[in-house]
Design a protein around this ligand. Structure first.
Ligand code: SF4
Length: 635
C-alpha cells in the first residue's frame, strides 16, 4: 500500500559535498504530481532569480514520474529540469530508457543538485549508501557511452546511469544527457548545466518498491488496455514496433511534415526514391535487437550493427528527428553517414536536433557566400553531401574551427556572422526548431506552431497532448463537466465555435494536458495507439485521490493540475526577465493565412494570462493556489 510517490527527494550540494533527504508532503504531489511538475515547484522555490544560466547557484533536477515503478505501462520516462543555457528560460527534457525506475528504486522521486564540485564527481547510490565519487579519470577522457560501460563494469550491471560527454563537460549550450548508451534527454542544453557543476554521471541502484493505493484497480486498467492493444494495436503501433520512429521518414518528407533545406525547400524536393534510402527498411536493415524502455509494450528502439564499420558495431538506431535533421533537411540519402553522426553525437552528448539545425544554417550561409572555406577549415558545404556535415559535427564536438561558433546554438552562431543571417537561423526563443513543419494547413499543425512560440520551452515538438479530448468525460449533451472553468473568461465549452476560439481551446487543452503526461512520467507515443491509455484510472488508482465529496477525480481535475504546472514554468521565465509574448518564429516558419496572433492571444486568455504581455493575472495565481508565484511576480 502506498500512493505512487516516494515522499522525498535527495538534495545534493556539490559545493559542500552534502547529501540530504528532503521530505515532500502529499499536498505538493496533489498540486504538481511528480516529474517536471514537482521539479518546477522546487526549482521555483529554491533557485534565486537572475543568476546566469550556468551559475553554481542554479538547480539541476533529475526526476521520475508519478506512475513510474507502478504496474501502469509506458511509465518509464525520466526528466531533467533547470534553467537553459540556450534559451535563458525554464527547461526540461524527457527521455525513456531505464533510468526513471532506478530513481524511485533508490527511494526518491527526484534528485536535485546545487553548487559546483571542485573536482569532477559522479553520484553513486547503492541502496542506502550514497556518495559523491571522484570522476577525475572519466572527465575529459571518456565519452557518455564509455562512462556508462565503465560505471556499470565497476559497480555491477544492475546499476543504471545517466552521463554526459564532451558537450556537457565543455559547456556547449546544445549539450544533452545520455542513458543506456543512446537514449537521450536532448533539448535545451541541460548537459551543460550538469557539466557546469562538474557532475559527470549518476549511477544508481536501489531496491525500494513503489506502493499504490489500489493496485488491483490499477492492474485491471492495465490488463484491459493491453488486451485491447493486442486485439487492435492500430497502424501506428505496428509501424512503431517494426521500424521505430524511422517508420515514416520518407512519407514525412513527401507530405510536408519534414522541413527541407533549412525550411526553404518544399515537399517533393527530396524525392521519394532518395528518401526511401533513409526510411524504415533502409534503416532497420542493420538491426540486431529491439530495445524497449522499461515498462513499454511497444519497444520502438533498436541496437544495430553496421557490417564493416568498426565504430558502428553496436549503435542505437537513429530516430526520425536525426534522420530528418541529417538526411531530409540536407537532401542527403546516405544512411550510413547518418548512423555515424548519430553515434558521434550520442557519445559526445550533443543534441542531434540542435546540432543539425546549426549545420543547416551553415550550409545556407555557405551557399549565400556569407561563410567560406576559410571559416569551415577548408571544406565545402553542399546540399546532398554529408561530408560537410560529418566534418562540422567533428568540429562542434572538438570545439574548433567553425564548430566553435556552431556549438553555441544557431542563434548565437548567426549573431556572430551578422544580423541578416538570423533570418534563416531556424530557432525560436533560442531553441532550434524540431523536424516537424508547422505550416501545414491542419489544426494540429497550427497548434504546433503556436506551441513553438508560446510554450515555456519554445521550439519543441513534444509539448502538446493532441489526444487530450479523448480523456474528457462526456455528460450526454457532449459538454464535459467544465467545473475547472477557464480563468477570467467563459468556459471553453461555451465558446462560440469560431475558428480562432476553437483552435485556442484545442491549444489550451493540449498544452495543459501535456503537463499531466509529464507529471505522470508517461510516454507520448502511448497516446497514439488503437486503444486509449487509461490515464485517469491509473492516476486515481495509484494515488487514491478523491474530491472532498469522495467522488473520483476526472480528467478536468487533472487538467487543472496541468494548468498549474504550466503556469509555474511560464512564471519562471517571466521571473528570469524573459518576455514570452515577444517570442516569435522566424517568418520562414509561419504560414500566412492563419490568425496566429489571434489564436495565441485567445490561448493566453484561456490560461488566465494577459493577452498583451502573457503575464499571469494575480487572480489566476490566487485561483491556482500559487500565492508564492504571485509574490515573486508582483511583490
Ligand atoms: S514507445 Fe518507444 S520511447 Fe515510448 S516508452 Fe516505448 S520504447 Fe520508449
Amino acid at each position: 500500500m502506498g500512493h505512487a510517490w516516494m515522499g522525498k527527494v535527495l538534495w545534493v550540494n556539490l559545493t559542500a559535498g552534502t547529501l540530504t533527504d528532503k521530505p515532500i508532503n502529499e499536498e505538493v504531489y496533489r498540486k504538481y504530481l511528480s516529474g517536471y511538475g514537482l521539479a518546477s515547484k522546487l526549482i521555483f522555490d529554491h533557485q534565486p532569480k537572475g543568476l546566469p544560466p550556468l551559475d553554481p547557484g542554479n538547480v539541476f533536477a533529475v526526476m521520475s514520474g508519478l506512475l513510474t515503478g507502478t504496474r501502469a505501462v509506458f511509465n518509464g520516462r525520466w526528466m531533467i529540469a533547470g534553467r537553459s543555457p540556450l534559451t535563458g528560460g525554464w527547461n526540461d527534457a524527457n527521455c525513456g530508457g531505464d533510468f526513471a525506475p532506478a530513481i524511485k528504486a533508490c527511494g526518491y522521486d527526484g534528485i536535485f543538485f546545487v553548487g559546483k564540485s571542485e573536482q569532477p564527481v559522479y553520484l553513486l547510490i547503492d541502496e542506502d549508501d550514497k556518495q559523491l565519487v571522484d570522476a577525475g579519470d572519466l572527465w575529459g577522457a571518456k565519452d557518455a557511452v564509455e562512462t556508462d560501460e565503465i560505471l556499470r563494469g565497476t559497480h555491477g550491471s544492475r546499476f543504471r546511469t545517466m552521463t554526459i560527454g564532451a558537450g556537457g563537460e565543455t559547456l556547449s549550450p546544445i549539450a544533452c544527457v545520455v542513458n543506456a548508451g543512446g537514449r537521450v534527454a536532448g533539448r535545451g542544453g541541460l548537459g551543460a548545466l550538469m557539466g557546469s557543476k562538474h557532475l559527470k554521471a549518476l549511477c544508481l541502484y536501489g531496491d525500494c518498491s513503489v506502493g499504490v493505493a489500489d493496485d488491483k484497480a490499477l492492474y485491471a486498467a492495465t490488463r484491459k488496455f493491453l488486451t485491447a492493444l493486442e486485439d487492435d494495436p492500430g497502424d501506428f503501433a505496428i509501424r512503431l514496433r517494426t521500424f521505430g520512429t524511422s517508420a515514416s521518414t520518407a512519407e514525412q518528407a513527401e507530405s510536408g511534415d519534414s522541413p527541407i533545406r533549412n525550411w526553404a525547400g518544399k515537399a517533393g524536393d527530396f524525392p521519394r526514391k532518395e528518401a526511401n534510402r533513409i526510411s524504415d527498411y533502409a534503416v532497420i536493415q542493420y538491426e540486431q535487437q529491439k530495445y524497449h524502455c522499461v515498462g513499454c509494450p511497444i519497444g520502438c528502439g533498436a541496437i544495430c550493427r553496421l557490417p564493416g564499420e568498426a565504430d558502428l558495431s553496436e549503435t542505437h538506431r537513429p530516430e526520425y528527428e536525426t534522420l530528418c535533421s541529417f538526411g531530409t533537411q540536407l537532401l542527403c540519402s546516405d544512411v550510413k553517414a547518418i548512423y555515424r553522426i548519430n553515434e558521434l553525437l550520442n557519445r559526445a552528448g550533443i543534441d542531434t536536433i540542435s546540432c543539425g539545425v546549426t549545420i543547416h544554417w551553415a550550409y545556407e550561409a555557405f551557399e549565400r557566400g556569407i561563410i567560406s572555406e576559410k571559416d569551415t577549415g577548408g571544406i565545402r558545404l553542399k546540399w546532398k553531401d554529408p561530408e560537410g556535415a560529418l566534418e562540422l559535427v567533428q568540429q562542434i564536438i572538438e570545439d574548433r574551427d567553425l564548430g566553435h561558433d556552431l556549438r553555441q546554438g544557431v542563434r548565437a552562431a548567426a549573431e556572430q556572422f551578422g544580423d541578416e543571417t538570423l533570418e534563416f537561423a531556424m530557432q525560436v526563443g533560442g531553441q532550434e526548431l524540431p523536424m516537424h513543419d508547422c505550416r501545414l494547413d491542419e489544426p494540429s499543425r497550427t497548434a504546433l506552431g503556436i506551441a513553438y512560440e508560446a510554450e515555456p520551452t519554445p521550439g519543441r515538438h513534444t509539448s502538446m497532448f493532441y489526444s487530450w479530448q479523448n480523456h474528457i468525460p462526456v455528460t450526454g449533451d457532449e459538454k464535459p463537466n467544465a467545473s475547472y472553468g477557464v480563468l477570467r473568461g467563459t468556459s471553453p465549452f461555451e465558446i462560440a465555435p469560431e475558428n480562432t476560439q476553437k483552435q485556442a481551446y484545442y491549444q489550451w487543452g493540449a498544452s495543459c494536458g501535456e503537463d499531466i503526461v509529464n507529471g505522470a512520467g508517461l510516454c507520448n507515443f502511448g497516446f497514439d495507439l488503437g486503444p486509449t491509455l487509461p490515464l485517469v484510472e491509473w492516476l486515481n488508482a495509484a494515488t487514491g485521490w478523491t474530491r472532498p465529496d469522495g467522488s473520483p477525480l476526472d480528467f478536468n481535475d487533472y487538467l487543472r493540475i496541468g494548468q498549474r504546472i504550466k503556469t509555474v514554468r511560464h512564471a519562471f521565465n517571466i521571473r528570469e526577465g524573459l518576455a514570452p509574448a515577444e517570442i516569435r518564429l522566424p517568418a520562414r516558419a509561419r504560414s500566412a493565412p492563419k490568425d496566429w496572433d489571434g489564436i495565441r492571444k485567445e490561448y493566453y486568455r484561456m490560461m488566465g494570462w494577459d493577452q498583451e504581455t502573457a503575464w499571469p493575472f494575480p487572480e489566476t495565481l490566487d485561483d491556482l493556489g500559487l500565492e508564492d508565484v504571485k509574490q515573486a511576480l508582483y511583490g
